[in-house]
Design a protein around this ligand. Structure first.
Ligand SMILES: Cc1ncc(C[n+]2csc(CCO)c2C)c(N)n1
Length: 195
């Protein structure tokens, strides 16, 4: 395989939560503490939060954080980047020995929330990268979300569980073929702007 730029299968997600509320500090901090992050490495600063570990837990935690924040009813935005196979990532502190049971699904599944999402896949160092991207955009159409193309991104509308499922599946399938992949996303819930 020519994609040998990374051997580790640590997944990371660097993201920021932006609640459009006077109460933003409480919403960010309580969300970060309410969600069970014990199966991922986590670091928060004034700009963003980074979580790292097994793919299943990184997606579980990212989804739960967005759902808990949106469940306040406030207009909440979340932007971030998922990454896998980054040559600079190290496995040492990445919680790679955890079992595969996601810790937040039980609580999160009862939260029903509609959202809009724009995502972009970046399969790194691959000549056929546009084919890899189109494959996933086409597959998204069968994942219970409305798919629209827009400049530099694909828009997904629907339930947050279905949106995260589509993001997770796209990311998982691409990294099986391309070692180093990043995926950016931008989510918005409870926006006063109708589409
Ligand atoms: C997920 C996430 N992590 C960190 C920040 C940065 N940040 C902005 S306000 C605030 C709370 C008070 O310091 C923090 C940590 C963010 N926006 N979203």
């Amino acid at each position: 395989m020519r994609n040998n730029c990374g051997t580790s299968r640590i997944v990371g997600c660097q993201f920021s939560l932006h609640p459009m509320s006077d109460n933003f500090v409480d919403i960010i901090l309580s969300t970060l503490s309410e969600v069970d992050t014990s199966k991922v490495w986590k670091e928060t600063d004034d700009v963003s939060t980074c979580i790292r570990g097994k793919m299943i837990h990184v997606f579980d935690v990212a989804k739960a954080i967005f759902l808990h924040a949106a469940n306040t009813g406030e207009h909440v935005a979340m932007n971030g980047t998922f990454s896998i196979g980054c040559p600079g990532d190290t496995e040492a502190d990445a919680y790679m020995d955890e079992t595969d049971t996601p810790l937040n699904e039980e609580k999160a599944k009862s939260i029903l929330q509609i959202a809009g999402c724009k995502f972009s896949l970046y399969p790194m160092g691959h000549e056929d990268y546009m084919d890899k991207i189109y494959e996933q955009i086409n597959l998204s159409k069968h994942r219970n979300v409305t798919v629209t193309s827009t400049h530099y991104a694909t828009r997904l509308d629907g339930d947050v569980h279905d949106i995260f499922n589509a993001l997770h599946e796209s990311f998982k399938l691409v990294q099986e073929k391309v070692s180093h992949v990043t995926m950016t996303f931008s989510l918005s819930a409870n926006s006063p702007t109708t589409k």
